[in-house]
Design a protein around this ligand. Structure first.
Ligand code: UN1
Length: 512
C-alpha cells in the first residue's frame, strides 16, 4: 500500500460499516442487496455497500420532510455558518478524500485534490451567498402599495451524481441548496459509492455537533432504480441530475410528468477552435489537458479540435509529440499523467467508438488501444488517441466518455463556428486566438452556442464562481456559482397595500 490508501479509507471511516442508506447520524439497515466498489486502478474490491430499498427510502423521505420544517426556519446566515464548518472539515480531509476519489474512480491524485478544492471553494461561495439570496423590489402602479419578491426554500432536493466527479458536483448542489434552506437526498453514482459514504460522514458530523436534526443530508445508494424512487416522487420538488443525455431524458421526462423541476447537467461534445492567430504553446497545452485529463471522462473534456488549415499540420505534429510524452499508469503515482477508465464497460465503448469512427473514414494519428501487462491488470487502462475526422461523422456527433480527440480542418472563422456548433450538445467551448475580431465573434450572439465559452483557455477546469451547465442536449441546467442558487428556491411576489383604499391594478373599476 505504497500510496497510503488503507490509511485514507480508515480516516474517512468508509470501511467501518457497509451500510449505504443514511439520514445523517443514523445508518439504516436496508436489506440484502449490495453493490461493489471495485477500483479501476488495480481491480481490487474496495468495499461492498448495501443498496437502498423502497422501505428504507420511505424512512429517508419522512426524516427529510421533518428536517425541512426545522431547517427552513434557521436564518440563512446561520445555515451559512454550518457550511463554513463543513468547508473547514473538508480542508482537514482534503488529502484523504482526494486519495479515495483517485482510487475509487481513477483520476489522478492531483485531480482528486482539485476536486476536493472545488468543494471547499463552493463552501466559501455558499457562506457568502447565505447573507445574500437577494430578491428585487419594484414600484407598484397603485398608490400606497409596495411590491417586492422574496425567495423561499423549495423542500427536498434530490441529487443524482455521476462517477466522474463523485464528490464535487454533489457539493455544488448540496452546499447551495442547504444555504437556501432545502434539505438534500443524494444518490451518488453506483460506480463511486464510497466517495458518497465518506462525504456523508463528514457532513453528518458537523450537523450533529451543531445539534441539528437528522435528515438535512441523506444518502441513498443503488443504480437507476433507486434514482427512480426520487424522480417519481412528488415529495421531491427538485431533481438535480448529472450524467449522460440518455439518462437525462429519462429523468427529465419522469420529473416533468409530475410537473416537478429538474436541473440537468448532461453530455458535452466540447470543441476548441485553433485559429492561425493562436499562441501555439497555450493552444497545445489547453487542448492536451482538456482531452486527456480525467482520461477523457469529464463532461467538459475536449473532444474536437477545429484547426485552421494553415496551421493544421503544425498542430498535428505538436499533438503527436505531446501525446508521445504522456505517461499512463496508476493515477496515485504522481509521475503518471493519465489513469484508467472507470470500468471495463467504458473500455468496451472506447474500443467500439474507435472501430466505428475508422469505418466512417477516421484516420488514427495517435493510435489507441488497451494497455496490458504489469500495473495494468484491472484492464481499464487505454491509450489516449487522436483521430483525423469529419464533424458530421456519427461518432464525432456523439460523446464517448474516453480520451479520443477528433481533429478537423477549417478555412474561414464562420465555417469554424458553424462546425463547432454543429453537434447536438452544448456544454463547453473555446477559441485559441490573439485576434480580437475572432475572439469577439466566437463570444457574440452568432458565436458559440454553449453554456461555457472561453478564450485562450481549454474547455475543462471551470471555476465554481460561474454558472456551470450547457444548452441543447446538455440539458439547460445551471449549477454552482453566479445566480444558480435560484433553481433551489421558489420565488414569491408580494404586494402590500398600506393605503385606506383598494384600487385595482390596470385601473379596473369595480364599484358596488
Ligand atoms: C463534470 O465533468 O461533470 O469544469 C464537471 C470542469 C470541472 C467540473 C467538471 N470543474 O472540468
Amino acid at each position: 500500500d505504497q500510496f497510503g490508501i488503507r490509511a485514507a479509507l480508515n480516516n474517512l471511516g468508509v470501511l467501518s460499516e457497509n451500510l449505504g442508506t443514511s439520514t445523517g447520524n443514523e445508518w439504516i439497515n436496508s436489506g440484502q442487496d449490495y453493490i461493489e466498489s471495485v477500483s479501476p486502478v488495480d481491480g481490487v474490491l474496495i468495499g461492498k455497500i448495501q443498496t437502498t430499498d423502497k422501505k428504507s427510502y420511505e424512512q429517508i423521505i419522512l426524516k427529510a420532510q421533518e428536517a425541512f420544517k426545522f431547517w427552513r426556519k434557521v436564518p440563512a446566515p446561520q445555515r451559512g455558518e454550518i457550511i463554513r464548518q463543513i468547508g473547514d472539515a473538508l480542508r482537514v480531509a482534503k488529502m484523504d478524500l482526494g486519495k479515495l476519489v483517485s482510487y475509487e474512480m481513477g483520476k489522478s491524485y492531483q485531480e482528486g485534490l482539485g476536486e476536493v478544492q472545488e468543494m471547499i471553494d463552493i463552501c466559501d461561495f455558499a457562506v457568502g451567498l447565505s447573507r445574500q439570496l437577494y430578491g428585487l423590489t419594484m414600484h407598484s402602479e397603485r398608490p400606497g402599495h409596495r411590491m417586492y419578491e422574496q425567495w423561499h426554500p423549495l423542500g427536498i432536493v434530490g441529487i443524482i451524481s455521476a462517477f466522474n466527479f463523485p464528490v464535487a458536483v454533489w457539493s455544488w448542489n448540496s452546499m447551495i441548496a442547504w444555504v437556501c434552506g432545502d434539505v438534500c437526498i443524494w444518490k451518488p453514482s453506483e460506480k463511486a459509492p464510497l466517495s458518497g459514504v465518506a462525504c456523508q460522514h463528514i457532513v453528518a458530523k458537523i450537523f450533529k455537533e451543531n445539534g441539528l436534526p437528522d435528515g438535512i443530508s441523506s444518502l441513498i445508494v443503488g443504480d437507476y432504480k433507486v434514482g427512480e424512487f426520487m424522480t417519481h416522487d412528488k415529495r421531491v420538488p427538485l431533481i438535480s441530475a448529472t450524467g449522460s443525455t440518455r439518462m437525462g431524458k429519462v429523468v427529465g421526462m419522469a420529473v416533468a410528468s409530475r410537473l416537478g423541476r429538474s436541473l440537468l447537467e448532461l453530455g458535452g461534445n466540447n470543441g476548441i477552435i485553433i485559429t492561425e492567430n493562436a499562441d501555439m504553446d497555450i493552444a497545445i497545452r489547453g487542448a492536451l489537458f482538456g482531452a486527456v485529463g480525467t482520461a477523457g471522462q469529464r463532461c467538459t473534456t475536449t473532444r474536437r479540435l477545429i484547426i485552421h488549415e494553415s496551421v493544421y499540420e503544425k498542430v498535428k505534429e505538436r499533438l503527436i509529440s505531446a501525446y508521445s510524452k504522456l505517461v499512463i499508469g496508476n493515477p496515485l503515482d504522481e509521475k503518471n499523467h493519465v489513469g484508467p477508465l472507470i470500468d471495463k464497460d467504458a473500455v468496451r465503448k472506447y474500443l467500439e467508438a474507435l472501430k466505428k469512427v475508422k469505418e466512417e473514414g477516421g484516420i488514427e494519428v495517435v493510435a489507441g488501444g488497451v494497455i496490458e501487462g504489469k500495473g495494468f491488470e484491472s484492464g481499464c487502462y487505454v491509450k489516449p488517441c487522436v483521430i483525423e475526422a469529419q464533424n458530421h461523422f456519427e461518432m464525432v456527433q456523439e460523446e464517448t466518455f474516453a480520451p479520443i480527440l477528433y481533429i478537423m480542418k477549417y478555412k474561414t472563422i464562420e465555417e469554424a463556428i458553424a462546425m463547432h456548433n454543429g453537434v447536438p450538445q452544448g456544454l463547453s467551448s473555446a477559441i485559441m486566438t490573439l485576434n480580437m475580431r475572432e475572439a469577439e465573434a466566437f463570444l457574440s450572439t452568432s458565436g458559440s452556442d454553449c453554456g461555457i465559452a472561453n478564450v485562450n483557455i481549454g474547455t475543462s477546469g471551470a471555476e465554481i464562481g460561474g454558472a456551470f451547465g450547457g444548452e441543447k442536449e446538455t440539458g439547460g441546467g445551471r449549477e454552482s456559482g453566479s445566480d444558480s442558487w435560484k433553481a433551489y428556491m421558489r420565488r414569491q411576489t408580494n404586494t402590500i397595500n398600506y393605503s385606506t383604499a383598494l384600487p385595482l391594478a390596470q385601473g379596473i373599476k369595480f364599484d358596488i
